[in-house]
Design a protein. Sequence first.
Length: 125
Amino acid sequence: MKPYQHGVYGDTTSTDIETPAQPTDGNAHHGYSPNKDAYLKRLRRIEGQVRGISRMVDEDQYCIDVLTQVAAATKALHAVSLGLLEDHMGHCVADAAREARDTGNDEAVQAKVAEATAAIARLMR
């Protein structure tokens, strides 16, 4: 994996966005599909961090040290969520916009934008 691969760590300046084609076998692609392995690797790393935090609590480590690790895990999850959101916007919302352009019906794009807006609101809480 490249150190700063588009969509995985929230690279919003990248211009190498490639929207994968919809499969012809009827299975839907998700925006994160091209980066799935990188996401899974990052999530496994975060899972290990959380297990380490649990071990720290079990071993009665100093409160501030535990909180520091919680903050690091939270930041890592935030980075994953931003990457997923970026992939959703670049794939799902963009596909809906193309569909709206081709059909003249913008209901799908409005729904996708509403989904993204709700996801952003959840991330900001």
